[in-house]
Design a protein around this ligand. Structure first.
Ligand code: CP
Ligand code: NVA
Length: 303
């Protein structure tokens, strides 16, 4: 059966840990110049219905480093952008390619694509989830803290695709997560219900960022208006007043707390320049790890 990577809830803790271990090994090999051409001669299509810097470059370079070939496909330049049905595109593309990554809007689009694809489909971000990013974030946490076990994580900001994926990660991996989101911008209720059933009491939601970050080991934030929500920017700036991760808020966490941001960042909105550039920030390691974890995901799924 073809295995996809659409959402973390399809994976066990052991499977996620195995991906993280392989990512660390591939990172070591890449830096040491040890060949690791696990996708020799394979082709992976990279479909983008939204903008990207990190996802595009890390997937394309990652496939190349594994000995394969990445095809950058902005959907606006393909027949998908002109309305060719997802199920037709999936069946055709999976006859040419050995794997397919998609960045799009609704989660149902990647689900539909995967349903009709004979080759692994990887979610490169939807409105609901960003699983590759949270895996890179976990790799970064392990590098800086040795393990995620026993740590407390905070999320400050929008209950968006990143927040929803952190909720799934916390429930699967078993770490504590406190989210601070303004009223009306809470995480997806179905994701929360699933997580609360799987791991009762591990995940809490408050509207007070100070409560969320008090004494935590890891703080993560993200833009207030995600891709596709640009027209809401002004009203979101009002709703998120007081949610900037600045020095005063960071001071409430543990002194060695690490700060994550998936990037791109809006300095002066969700994060201050001093925090993203400061000693607690690990955002550049985090961005780099997109490369290594996605190589691990592709090498594991694509046969
Ligand atoms: N973090 C992330 O997914 O970045 P891009 O939008 O640049 O791909
Ligand atoms: N929440 C952001 C993440 C960007 C990588 C968005 O969806 O635009």
């Amino acid at each position: 059966m073809t295995r996809h990577f659409l959402a973390l809830h399809d994976y066990t803790k052991d499977e996620l840990d195995a991906l993280l271990a392989l990512a660390a090994d591939l990172k070591y090999k890449q830096k040491a110049g040890v060949p690791h051409k696990l996708l020799d001669g394979k082709s992976v299509a990279l479909i983008f219905e939204k903008a990207s810097t990190r996802t595009r470059v890390s997937f394309e370079v990652g496939v190349f480093q594994l000995g394969g070939h990445g095809l950058f496909m902005p959907s606006a330049n393909s027949q998908m952008g002109r309305g060719e049905p997802i199920k037709d595109s999936a069946r055709v593309m999976s006859r040419y390619c050995d794997g397919i990554m998609i960045r799009t809007f609704g989660q149902e689009i990647v689900d539909e694509f995967a349903k009709y694809s004979d080759v692994p489909v990887i979610n490169g971000l939807t409105d609901l989830f960003h699983p590759c990013q949270i895996m890179a974030d976990l790799q970064t946490v392990i590098e800086h803290k040795r393990t995620y076990d026993g740590l407390t994580f905070a999320w400050v900001g929008d209950g968006n695709n990143m927040a929803n994926t952190w909720i799934e990660a916390a429930a699967i991996c078993g770490f504590k997560l406190r989210l601070a989101c303004p009223a009306g911008y809470e995480p997806d209720s179905n994701v929360m219900a699933w997580a609360q059933a799987k791991a009762p009491g591990l995940i809490t939601v408050t509207s007070d960022p100070k409560v969320a970050v008090a004494g935590v080991d890891v703080i993560n934030t993200d833009v207030w208006a995600s891709m596709g929500q640009e027209s809401e920017q002004k009203e979101r700036e009002k709703a998120f007043a007081g949610y900037c991760l600045d020095d005063a808020l960071l001071a409430l966490a543990k002194p060695d707390c690490i700060v994550l941001h998936c990037l791109p960042a809006h300095r002066g909105e969700e994060i201050s320049d001093s925090v993203i550039e400061g000693k607690n920030s690990v955002v550049w390691d985090e961005a780099e790890n997109r490369l290594h974890i996605q190589k691990a995901i592709m090498a594991t799924l694509i046969k």
